[in-house]
Design a protein around this ligand. Structure first.
Ligand SMILES: C[C@](O)(CO)[C@H](O)COP(=O)(O)OP(=O)(O)OC[C@H]1O[C@@H](n2ccc(N)nc2=O)[C@H](O)[C@@H]1O
Ligand SMILES: Nc1ncnc2c1ncn2[C@@H]1O[C@H](COP(=O)(O)OP(=O)(O)OP(=O)(O)O)[C@@H](O)[C@H]1O
Length: 299
């Protein structure tokens, strides 16, 4: 049976809180993070082809292809190649595939675009090739691609620890209506980690056990993103983005990942859409997106 065209969503990763709790001997940082995934993100499409191909589309497609090193550096291709090699080691030769990446998320923006794309490539190609790998092999491939890729492979609410690969799924977490906003200044993750003033911050405490949204917002309000201070030092516009989200009526505003994207939590999707329209009209040069987190109950 020949393969059929198939699509796989690559949802934006939102670090609702991100505490940096230590550093490993190899320099990687230990973290404790509450992570949710948005309904908005990139989209990967896999189609049968005579030979492997890769194309970029979407608002931010051009910014990736224009980068030094070009398409060969793309995490999608690294994911495809690592997956194919692992399947070959198991004796399975996989057919060529044309991959299209619809790049809707800004690049190097703290919402895991590249990691989400790599994870969606692993999920999507396994489906496209009708193949499977032992979960531990897949997890090892994901971690090799980046510290955020194991969590993006799950794409459901979770708590991530160690350098990101120790994952506990969260059963009780509400859906949050969000606005994502980014001043379109890309941020280098290693630069931000390097500038951290303190690396042994306290971990996140005990999580709420119910889905009560007010309890969750109160809990999250007491937490932090420890990467926000070093990111603000490099990208001063983060302060303006954060203020704008607050003034638009957010119940909680925080930066995600290593920045510069900030999210605001709103009472419902309608309020988020309204705030996004207002922000967009005031800041046409920003990336502004209303969305909501998935609570993972569907799967
Ligand atoms: C900031 C977060 O986005 C939070 O979810 C992640 O920790 C970053 O994950 P990522 O972008 O997938 O990171 P990688 O591509 O694996 O690593 C990029 C660089 O970030 C630094 N890095 C990353 C993850 C981590 N736990 N500690 C680190 O110190 C390292 O200098 C590394 O060379
Ligand atoms: N498919 C991809 N999408 C975005 N960036 C990619 C991709 N493939 C490779 N990259 C490279 O990875 C770097 C980090 O991009 P990415 O968008 O994943 O960062 P991020 O959103 O800050 O991620 P994180 O939240 O995991 O730190 C970019 O500078 C880019 O050169």
């Amino acid at each position: 049976m020949s393969a059929e065209t198939t699509s796989e969503a690559a949802p934006a990763k939102i670090n609702l809180a991100l505490h940096i709790t230590g550093q490993r001997a190899d320099g990687y940082h230990l973290l404790d993070s509450i992570v949710a995934f948005a309904s908005h993100g990139d989209l990967l499409t896999f189609s049968p082809a005579d030979r492997d191909g890769f194309g970029l589309a979407g608002r931010f497609g051009a910014s990736l292809s224009a980068e030094a090193g070009g398409k060969d550096d793309n995490l999608v291709l690294k994911a495809r190649d690592l997956l194919r090699a692992a399947l070959a080691a198991d004796g399975h030769v996989m057919e060529p595939v044309a991959i299209e990446l619809e790049k809707n998320l800004p690049v190097a923006s703290g919402i895991g675009g590249g990691s989400a794309d790599a994870a969606a490539t692993l999920r999507g190609l396994l489906r496209f090739w009708r193949a499977s790998l032992p979960p531990e092999t897949l997890s090892a491939i994901a971690l090799k691609l980046g510290a955020d890729v194991p969590m993006c492979l799950e794409s459901r609410p979770l708590r991530a620890r160690a350098i990101g690969e120790r994952i506990d799924m969260l059963g009780s977490i509400p859906r949050f209506a969000l606005v994502l906003a980014n001043p379109l200044k890309s941020v280098s993750t290693p630069d931000i980690f390097r500038r951290l003033a303190k690396r042994d911050n306290p971990p996140i405490g005990t999580l709420p056990t119910s889905c009560d949204i007010a309890a969750w917002i109160a809990f999250l309000s007491g937490l932090r993103n420890d990467l926000e201070a070093p990111a603000r030092a490099i990208v001063p516009e983060i302060a303006s983005v954060s203020t704008a989200l607050r003034e638009a009526g957010s119940q909680l505003v925080r930066m995600s990942g290593s920045g510069a994207t900030c999210f605001g939590i709103f009472s419902d999707r309608e309020q988020a859409e309204k705030a996004a329209l207002e922000l967009e009209s005031r800041h046409p040069d920003w990336y502004v997106q209303a969305t909501e987190t998935e609570n993972g109950s569907a799967g």
